[in-house]
Design a protein around this ligand. Sequence first.
Ligand SMILES: Cc1cc2nc3c(=O)[nH]c(=O)nc-3n(C[C@H](O)[C@H](O)[C@H](O)COP(=O)(O)OP(=O)(O)OC[C@H]3O[C@@H](n4cnc5c(N)ncnc54)[C@H](O)[C@@H]3O)c2cc1C
Length: 422
Amino acid sequence: MKPTVAVIGSGMAGVEAASSLIRHAGDDVNIVMVSDTGILALRPFFIYPPYSKLFRNPARTHLDLRKAAGRRGIELQQWQADEIDPISRVIRGNGHSLPYDYAIVATGAGMRPAEVPGLAENAYTIWGFEDSLKLAHAVEQMIVRAKRGERQRIVFNIAKYNKCGGPMYEMVFMTETHLRKQHVRDLFDIAFTTAEPAYIAAFGAKLHEATEREFADRGITARHSVDLKEVQPNLAIFADGSEEPFDWMIGFPPYIASTTFAGLPVDDRGFIQADMSTWAVDGTERLFAIGDGANFPVKQAFLALGMAGTVARNIADDVAGKSPDDRFTPLSMCIMEQFDSGLYAQVPLVWDGDGSSPVAVDSVRASDYTVRDNRLWQVGKMGMYMTMVAQMGTFHTFHEGAIWSAMEKMIKGMEMVTPSPV
Ligand SMILES: Cc1cc2nc3c(=O)[nH]c(=O)nc-3n(C[C@H](O)[C@H](O)[C@H](O)COP(=O)(O)OP(=O)(O)OC[C@H]3O[C@@H](n4cnc5c(N)ncnc54)[C@H](O)[C@@H]3O)c2cc1C
């Protein structure tokens, strides 16, 4: 009897984990993926619809996994899991029940805009594809009004307890470039506000400095360390008493877990508590949590892919009777799209694992901390998109294997030929 590995969730973490299991455990395991959609949504590319009609077609960012799963020997079951019994090793939900030998929970995160009164009612938010389409309509309205000569003010905000600020920085820079390309930039005041203690605080001083410089160059007024308390029609109010009037507000709300599994150890936002080197769920056996749904404080696809590989390789070793010795070392990589350039960062991270201090740049691996700014990186982001579609849409690993090695070499080459902005 082959052991069954259940993967719950068909996001970037779940798909990479299943692909890595195929790579390392091959025919030695049955892989069953439980997903409430059967679709891989490439969230990092949800930033594009407001500025690119090409990306308003959902087929470009939503990959139907059903055929690919069948071809790669993965049983894809479409239902919503709501209970995991780690003692009897069963996953349940919607009348379904799936016994497992190993399980990987990759159910991702969700948004809770209601934590800030008025945010959902008075601002556009980013997270899902529908949110991006609504924002696309708003951006079109901004341009129409500007072409009538109306002066407008846009306020961007990252709320407290948001755990992935990067996309909001992309949105503000892309908006600024888009308005310039539409020849209406001079009719807009743009303000950026964030609850973070510095710009992209988790990614360290270099990225803060590069971002601060970018705000100044683009004439964007920016403030960090400001906690959004309430949003009224056309007015954002902050805990320190300051206010930002707006015609348009675009907010990134607080994060919560998408699913809270009763009986599993979770933090105060529902994220599953797991060992940050193996992603084994605390107090359980053969149960792992990865991606946005796990309790690592920074939610990022690139980190999710790393967690997925570690867990899959360790399960493959365990099944083969070898000692699982793969350990996750958080190394973030991001390309901040600006529409006229790209800000690239590779950031080695360190975290105490219990939340008593925030994530920080790992000083031991300081030589890995790299920031670059150049149009080439914008092209690189599109290259990553195409590779993700080709690899992940067919259950082949993105973050390991020959194609990833080639991409790593290319990234190193690009690091050498592009300048550091700080
Ligand atoms: C606008 C935006 C831009 C971003 N840009 C970047 C970027 O440039 N770089 C980067 O590294 N990261 C980026 N991120 C973050 C990145 O998208 C996430 O970190 C990543 O998608 C997390 O993957 P995941 O698989 O953990 O979760 P998700 O992608 O959310 O997937 C969760 C999966 O679980 C399924 N599911 C949920 N609950 C259940 C259940 N109970 N039962 C069954 N199935 C369930 C869902 O349908 C989904 O398939 C961005 C995020 C946003 C919102």
